[in-house]
Ligand binder design. Structure first.
Ligand code: MSP
Length: 506
């Protein structure tokens, strides 16, 4: 079985500071990357910045900076964000790097050599915000379908023969029904492709900031062809014999927002087919966040700064909220009330309380050590323990479909079962009546918390580490192989616990 896993975020435009949308995509990818690593995969998790194009050039001008100076400046913010979000990315690519320019020009060369690129003249609409071309029939009340302003462009341009790929794309979608998820998005893409594809303008001459077209430096590459290539540049393309390329291409998943699905699910596969390269295995398009019911936009002044909310509520709390609150793939609303309900409910009351009461009971009543293994489970114990055995498989199944919210729900249903088990067994009462049974119950619960903390690691790496540390679980015994029935908690000495998720009153 192929145990390599390559996952990518979109590379972010450096025309503006990072916001919640960027954080959302990146956190989802991080959870997936961490999950796969814990599951024994060799993972490459790539993120980075998209630094070329007219939009960046314009933003730089407005700040009286050169595009590169400006890109350096904002790219740093995105790099800092990877640390703030505790992302486990293995690489951070910038499209202004040599390795990327080489890859983009090589891919262009391949497309040209294969006769899929030709010189002509473009006359049509262009939306700077989307960095996208639109046909007359797509324009609605003078705007792009996304609502972006458009301007008329007429210039010499190279074209990619996208129109020739319509049938091949449709055939590919049919053969690979999980190529685009969620399923509803696959239908959208199919009907877009069935509606007919026009050849795509892939170079510009009216500005300078971009990768030069090989052998015709008057032209620069269309920023999307340039940007999409980042997924290849980071693994050594054009050297297809390079280890990283061999191990990681085709990518397992490109995670994107719904607004940029067309570029990834139509243009990118067509470019790759034309270059005779294998296609990625999946494109997942997630939804968009609103802020207290309102569309997030700079002009509204309601952009959510990830650094700000993390410093107010805590990183793991935000990571949890973003992935739990909204079914991954749907749109969602960021509201303070909902966030506090999750923090105080799911985190403080459910998981936090379970850990706090069980670990303190053990600390106080079992000489500060995990009691020895319970050798004889009763029927009630068996029913409860069996749930933890099937949990991992079920969670894995949801994660493999990027149903993060379902995965979390499964874990939290189990946490609630564990809390019920504590209430029912009432180990504090057993202390006086049956110490042996109290030890058995506390052992079962300690082992349950160990398993919960192990499986929660991808979502909340810091908090789960604290729980595993409180139980003195060895660092080398925290991956998913330790969830099977052969591995149980040892009679470790433990420390007095402190609350992991304090309640937040507003
Ligand atoms: N540079 C391109 C991607 C090139 S990939 C080869 C780009 N960059 S972006 O910075 O504009 O957007 C990056 C991601 O942020 C997109 O996936 C987009 O969907 C996401 N989001 C932007 N605003 C968002 C919300 N309000 N909510 C959720 N995600 C949103 O596009």
């Amino acid at each position: 079985m192929d145990k390599n896993y390559y996952i990518t975020t979109p590379i972010y435009y450096v025309n503006d500071k990072p916001h919640i949308g960027h954080a959302y995509t990146s956190i989802a990818c991080d959870v997936l990357a961490r999950f796969k690593r814990l599951d024994g995969y060799s993972v490459k998790f790539l993120t980075g910045t998209d630094e070329h194009g007219q939009k960046v050039e314009k933003a730089a001008k407005s700040q009286n900076k050169s595009p590169l100076e400006y890109a350096n400046f904002i790219s740093k913010d995105f790099n800092t964000l990877t640390k703030t979000l505790n992302l486990s990315n293995d690489d951070f690519i910038r499209t202004t790097e040599k390795r990327h320019i080489l890859a983009a020009q090589s891919l262009w060369g391949k497309l040209y050599e294969n006769k899929h690129i030709y010189l002509d003249k473009y006359a049509g609409w262009y939306a700077l915000r989307d960095e996208a071309f639109y046909s007359e029939k797509e324009i609605i009340n003078g705007k792009a379908p996304s609502g972006a302003d458009v301007s008329w462009v007429e210039e010499e341009s190279y074209f990619f023969d996208l129109s020739k790929w319509q049938d091949k794309l449709l055939e590919f979608y049919d053969k690979n029904p999980n190529f685009i998820l969620p399923k509803s998005r696959m239908n959208e893409v199919k009907s877009f492709v069935k509606g007919g594809l026009r050849d795509l303008s892939v170079s510009r001459t009216s500005f300078e900031w971009g990768v030069k077209v090989p052998n015709n430096h008057k032209h620069i590459m269309y920023v999307w062809l340039d940007a999409l290539t980042n997924y290849l540049s980071a693994i050594g393309y054009p050297d297809t014999l390079e280890n990283e390329y061999v191990n990681f291409w085709p990518a397992d998943i490109h995670m994107v927002g719904k607004d940029i699905l067309r570029f990834h699910a139509v243009y990118w596969p067509a470019f790759l087919m034309a270059a005779e390269l294998p296609l990625p295995k999946r494109i997942f398009a997630h939804g968009w966040w609103t802020n207290e019911g309102k569309k997030i936009s700079k002009s509204e002044g309601n952009v959510i700064d990830p650094l700000e909310i993390i410093s107010s509520y805590g990183l793991d709390q935000i990571r949890y909220f973003l992935l739990r609150e909204v079914p991954f793939g749907s749109d969602g609303d960021f509201s303070k009330t909902a966030l506090l309900a999750r923090i105080n409910g799911d985190l403080s009351n459910d998981l936090g309380n379970l850990c706090q009461r069980v670990i303190s009971m053990i600390y106080k009543n079992c000489n500060g050590s995990i009691p020895s293994k319970c050798e004889k489970l009763n029927d009630r114990d068996i029913i409860f323990c069996n749930k933890s055995i099937v949990l991992y498989e079920k969670v894995k199944n949801e994660i493999d479909q990027q149903s993060f919210h379902e995965a979390i729900k499964l874990i939290w249903t189990f946490i609630s079962d564990a809390n019920k088990y504590v209430d029912e067994q009432a180990p504090w009462k057993l202390r006086k009546t049956d110490e042996k049974r109290m030890n058995d119950v506390l052992w079962i619960l300690a082992d349950t918390i160990r398993k919960i903390a192990i499986i929660v690691q991808p979502f909340m790496p810091d908090s789960s580490t604290k729980i595993l540390d409180q139980l003195s679980i060895d660092i080398s015994e925290r991956d998913f192989s330790y969830l099977d029935s052969k591995h149980v908690i040892k009679t470790n000495k433990i420390n007095s616990p402190s609350p992991i998720f304090p309640r937040i009153e507003e």
